[in-house]
Design a protein. Structure first.
Length: 234
């Protein structure tokens, strides 16, 4: 069974094909006249013989061309009568390699509807609380007010939110430049951007330090936001 865990279909490439954007790379056989057909397939606007039969509009489910198999959306890609026309599409090795990795359900959806299901991530539940790992635990468990603390947040991979991963870290130094604390971790699931990770990093520093410490962040928007709303000095 096809599962996308409610995440729907991947639409970015489809949008490009619909718009006929010259920025995106499309298959050499793709022309403007194919857009309406793709739109109809995606929106389930096609009425093959088997669907007409289910709706009570015809008395027979057989393909009108070959009369050998049920006239389904998939049969359109297998019908012997139209095989010559389909051969005009030359095989694309990269495309075939990609399709061969799809599950049967995903392959059927792509072939018949032009839709590519999002990956099922139900086995990879997000972290709700966020994680923090101390690499150097500060004396007493809290960073000193006389320390200078540097924090940072970042994001790797992507470009979709499903593939991107955010993380953060911070380090504290005393007046002699000696490392007194350092930690790294991941924000909770609802933070999915670099500014969000930067903000979470600063939030964690505030949670684990005594007020008065000098805190450095390289994210200007985060610094401005905290300055404005909290009256803090960073
Ligand atoms: Zn047929």
């Amino acid at each position: 069974m096809l599962k996308s865990h409610g995440r729907g279909a991947i639409r970015s490439g489809v949008r490009k094909a619909m718009k006929g954007s010259t920025n995106g790379k499309t298959h050499p056989l793709w022309t403007n006249k194919h857009r309406a057909s793709l739109r109809s397939a995606i929106n389930n606007g096609q009425w093959p013989q088997a669907r007409l039969f289910r709706a009570g509009l015809v008395d027979c489910t057989k393909c009108r061309l070959c009369m050998r198999a049920n006239g389904t959306l998939l049969h359109r890609h297998l019908c012997t009568v139209t095989s010559q026309a389909r051969k005009s599409c030359k095989p694309d090795r990269r495309c075939d390699a990609f399709i061969s990795q799809l599950t049967q359900g995903a392959n059927h959806l792509l072939t018949t509807r032009g839709l590519l299901a999002n990956v099922d991530l139900s086995e990879h539940q997000p972290n709700f609380e966020g994680l923090l790992t101390w690499d150097v635990l500060p004396n007493g468990g809290t960073m000193s007010s006389t320390d200078t603390i540097y924090c940072d947040g970042s994001m790797v991979d992507g470009p979709s939110k499903a593939l991107g991963r955010v993380g953060y870290g911070f380090a504290a130094y005393d007046k002699d430049g000696v490392l007194t604390a350092s930690a790294h971790g991941t924000p909770p699931w609802w933070i999915d951007s670099v500014p969000g990770a930067e903000t979470w990093a600063l939030y964690q520093v505030l949670l684990h330090s005594i007020p008065g410490a000098t805190i450095w962040s390289d994210c200007l928007s985060v610094v401005n936001r905290f300055k404005r709303q909290n009256g803090c000095h960073y």
